[in-house]
Ligand binder design. Structure first.
Ligand code: BES
Ligand code: ZN
Ligand code: ZN
Length: 498
């Protein structure tokens, strides 16, 4: 299906279906609805009344037009209250509208830009949000199940002004890239761990570099990591039959880069817990423990196309956490790349051990900004639920920039504190640190643990995506059960803002 934009009169354009938005409690119909209703000699208003259509977000009605309009049918979708419409509402409404008609035997859909007459949202952003809503709602993980296809060939976004049509065109292009990155991450995370081994994550990075001249990749194998002293990554990897890798991707923009950003992801391809074995219920979804790395890869797969002005480094350790006769044990002491020692009291707190080395490595690049994404703690899910990222940062501006980018992307994020007084919970009798805190505040002690490996002068943010990375039930009309690709769109929005 192609999504395009053009200037034109909505009611005139030929097509199988016209989609128009309607606000709740509106005193009068929008100009488009008014026109359409007049051409239908009041049928639309009659159907709205009969079907008790109130314009509530996601409510839809469908009417035939019997030749009185360019399009053969019209679908009206509710946008909620006019002063409450956000880009997230636009995504929702676009997804609902598309899902309402995707099984029809139609080829060509024409749609307006939802809520453009409200003037709070611009044509470019609305178009981008519509692309995201439509495409992401239509995602399914297809490799192991046959994908049901639809007959719709074209979605044409039509607006009366040429300027808005141009802006919408730009928004569509941007939306397509945001979707591509998100879908890339979803596919990586949805792939069973038997087919998404550490070497498969490495292959994904290499494929991106091969397809994008501005992206390079370096891969360090076990032997190289031994020389580098990456004791955390190597310790976690000990129990697995699959060898670990440290992956370093770099994107260089054209011309002088304004900023250098390092993105670090947790890339545990399966987290059984190791010898501190997880109970079955908790292990069920643990193929998702590489979602941080997947978000970094998702962003990287579209960086060249989006061309942000920042130089971006993407770093992740690809490793599996398994129990075996060779596995690292509770009580073992591992040494990080910066020589700090860590007493491993629980082999299931492995993410921070792979991240400490990844963070130390990332800082060799002297980044202006350091951001990590990790499915790090169940405690973060206890605190914020399944839909929200917990952000912890040593720099207020960076935290705010990321919160702003997340809000614009429709990815929920809430700040948690790096409480100094809890640092004592990580004290060990035999090493510089231990890898678990106390019974309470597990998301915070995990963040504090990572902070021990970050130079205080480097603005750093830690995103705990344990909840939102993987949906155990449908979240909204465009985020269904399974991997969500959460984080990709926030990262891209943030990078483009630099
Ligand atoms: N990968 C898990 C965290 C997780 C839980 C991610 C649920 C996604 C969904 C992590 O490695 C882990 O096991 N953390 C432990 C830490 C504890 C042992 C200190 C946890 O959260 O229980
Ligand atoms: Zn774990
Ligand atoms: Zn884990």
């Amino acid at each position: 299906m192609n999504i395009t934009a053009r200037k034109g009169e909505l009611a005139q354009i030929q097509g199988d279906l016209l989609i128009v938005g309607a606000f709740e409690q509106a005193k009068q119909l929008s100009l488009t609805l008014e026109t359409v209703n007049a051409m239908l000699r009041g049928t639309l208003e009659a159907v709205m009344r009969e079907e008790n259509f109130k314009g509530k977000m996601g409510q839809t009605i469908l009417s035939r037009t019997d030749g009185s309009l360019g399009a053969k049918r019209v679908l009206v979708v509710g946008l909620g209250k006019s002063d409450e419409l956000t880009l997230e509402g636009v995504r929702e409404a676009a997804a609902v509208a598309f899902q309402a008609v995707r099984s029809f035997r139609i080829r060509h859909i024409v749609s307006e830009l939802f809520g453009l007459d409200q003037e709070a949202l611009g044509a470019r952003d609305i178009a981008q949000a519509m692309v995201e809503g439509v495409r992401l709602s239509d995602y399914s993980y297809g490799k192991y199940k046959k994908h049901k296809s639809h007959t719709i060939k074209q979605l044409e976004i039509v607006t009366p002004s040429g300027r808005d049509a141009n802006a919408a065109h730009k928004g569509i292009e941007r939306g397509e890239q945001f979707v591509k990155g998100t879908v890339f991450a979803r596919d990586l995370v949805n792939t069973p761990a038997s087919h998404m081994r550490p070497e498969d994550l490495v292959a994904a990075a290499r494929d991106i570099a091969k397809a994008n001249a501005r992206v390079r990749v370096r891969v360090f194998d076990r032997e190289r990591m031994e020389r580098m002293g990456a004791g955390g990554i190597l310790g976690v990897a000990q129990g697995s039959d699959y060898p670990p890798y440290l992956v370093h991707m770099a994107y260089k923009p054209e011309g002088r880069a304004k900023k250098k950003v390092a993105l670090v992801g947790k890339g545990v391809t399966f987290d059984s817990g190791g010898l501190s074995l997880k109970p079955a219920d908790y292990m069920m979804t643990m193929k998702n423990d590489m979602a941080g790395a997947a978000s970094v890869l998702g962003a990287f797969c579209v960086l060249q196309e989006l061309a942000p002005k920042a130089e971006v480094h993407g770093i992740f350790a690809a490793v599996e956490n398994m129990p075996s006769g060779k596995a690292y044990r509770p009580g073992d002491i591992v040494t990080a790349m910066n020589k700090k020692t860590v007493e491993v009291l629980n082999t299931d707190a492995e993410g921070r051990l792979t991240l400490m080395d990844s963070l130390v490595y990332a800082q060799k690049e002297k980044p202006d900004v350091l951001i990590d994404l990790a499915t790090l703690t169940g405690a973060c899910m206890v605190a914020l639920g399944e839909e929200m990222t917990g952000i912890m940062a040593n720099d207020a501006k960076l935290a705010n920039d990321l919160l702003t980018a997340a809000a614009a992307s429709g990815e929920k994020m809430w700040e948690l504190p790096l409480e100094k007084n809890y640092k004592k919970l990580l004290k060990s009798n035999v090493a510089d640190l231990q890898n678990i805190g106390g019974k309470y505040g597990g998301a915070l002690t995990a963040g504090l643990f990572l902070q021990e490996f970050v130079d205080p002068n480097t603005p750093w943010a830690h995103l705990d995506i344990a909840g939102p990375a993987f949906a155990e039930r449908d979240i909204n009309s465009y985020t269904k059960k399974g991997a969500t690709g959460h984080g990709v769109r926030t990262l891209l929005t943030y990078l483009e803002s630099l």
